[in-house]
Design a protein around this ligand. Structure first.
Ligand code: BGC
Length: 271
């Protein structure tokens, strides 16, 4: 446990998958600002991953970029081996890597279905399994954290909101929700906390079309009771809290960081 004058994640080692852009990059920077050494995982664009590492270092933090496709078992295993070799172990996993391949159901190819399930769901399984194995063989470090390890699964409001034209994505996030809860139930007796963050509309490259013009943003805001589109830093702050001892009694929970998108905004007048 960190003392009052120390950053809350001082000395802890974190892995953020898909950390070269968007929500992942913001989470990596927020964890580093809270004192963690952060592995910035990416599957393409070395340049953007290096730039996230540089920004963390410029702010006085420590970071390492590792390329691995989270849906490939051998690449995930090699990444964990490199993390353990570099920093001795891992304390925090943020399963963030994810993508969209949108299409109406009748036009969706099997390839577009499969890649979304592979990265968004199987990737979370493979990384969580590797992290849990490392947490368990390492055991509790009482002066670092009250938990043996923490896993945060990046889900989406679409783990509860159906989304026409995105059957693969919604199915993957619905899967993440029960994967997270099942892992939480299974690993709690061993001191591992597993939770999810479900972001709503956050300004990132995945959904630029939904907010880049004033007209698009106005349409989007109708779905957000709090009347602002989220920023990646909104998710970074939530991740720091879920990774820290401040949330120590919380496991199996999903934190909706969505400005109220899951509150059925269409019912604010009618019903
Ligand atoms: C999707 C975004 C979308 C948001 C709200 C996210 O999970 O990746 O494209 O804007 O949900 O609908």
């Amino acid at each position: 446990m960190s003392s009052a004058n120390q950053p809350v994640l001082q000395g802890q080692r974190a892995l953020v998958t898909g950390a070269n852009s968007g929500i992942g990059a913001a989470v990596a920077k927020a964890l580093a600002a809270a004192g963690a050494r952060v592995t910035v995982n990416y599957s393409s664009s070395d340049e953007r991953a290096r730039s996230v590492v540089k920004q963390i270092e410029a702010d006085g933090g420590e970071a390492l970029a590792i390329r691995a496709n989270v849906s490939r078992e051998n690449e995930v295993e090699a990444m964990f081996a490199q993390i353990v070799e570099t920093w001795g172990s891992l304390d925090i996993l943020v399963n963030n890597a994810g993508l969209q391949k949108d299409a109406p159901l009748v036009e969706m190819t099997l390839a577009d279905w499969q890649i979304v399930l592979d990265v968004n769901l199987t990737g979370q399984f493979l990384c969580s399994r590797a992290a849990a194995r490392e947490f368990l063989q390492r055991g509790l470090i009482p002066n670092l954290s009250r938990a043996v390890g923490k896993i945060i699964c990046m889900s989406s409001v679409h783990d509860v909101i159906p989304w026409a034209g995105h059957a693969n994505y919604a199915a993957s996030k619905g899967g993440v929700s029960l994967l997270m809860k099942t892992m939480a139930q299974e690993l709690a007796p061993q001191g591992i906390r597993v939770n999810a963050i479900s972001p709503g509309a956050i300004k990132t490259p995945i959904n630029t079309a939904a907010w880049k013009t004033p007209a698009a943003e106005a349409e989007l805001l109708k779905l957000i009771p709090y009347r602002r589109v989220g920023e990646p830093e909104d998710i970074g702050r939530a991740a720091v809290w879920l990774a820290s001892d401040a949330s120590d009694y919380i496991t199996g929970a999903t934190l909706y960081v969505d400005g109220g998108m899951t509150l059925y905004p269409g019912f604010d007048q009618g019903g």
